[in-house]
Design a protein around this ligand. Sequence first.
Ligand code: F3S
Length: 70
Amino acid sequence: MKLRVDPLKCQGHARCFALVPELFDVDEYGMSSVKGDGTVAPALEERARLAVANCPEFAIEEINGAAPAS
Ligand code: F3S
C-alpha cells in the first residue's frame, strides 16, 4: 500500500497527522505530505485507511505503484 497527498486538495486539517504521525508530516502552514515515498508498512495499513477516510478534503489517495495514466 502506498499513499500520496494531493497538495491542491489539502487544506491543512491535519487529521491525517493526528491519526498516523508515522506516515505524515505537516509543514509550517499545516499542509500535509507523506513521509518518504509514501509506502505504508503492513502494520500501519489499517490506520492509513482511517486517515484516508477521515480527510475532509479527500486529499489522501492510495496509489498502486503504477505510473498515473497521462
Ligand atoms: Fe490535508 Fe486532509 Fe491531512 S486536508 S492535512 S491531507 S487531513
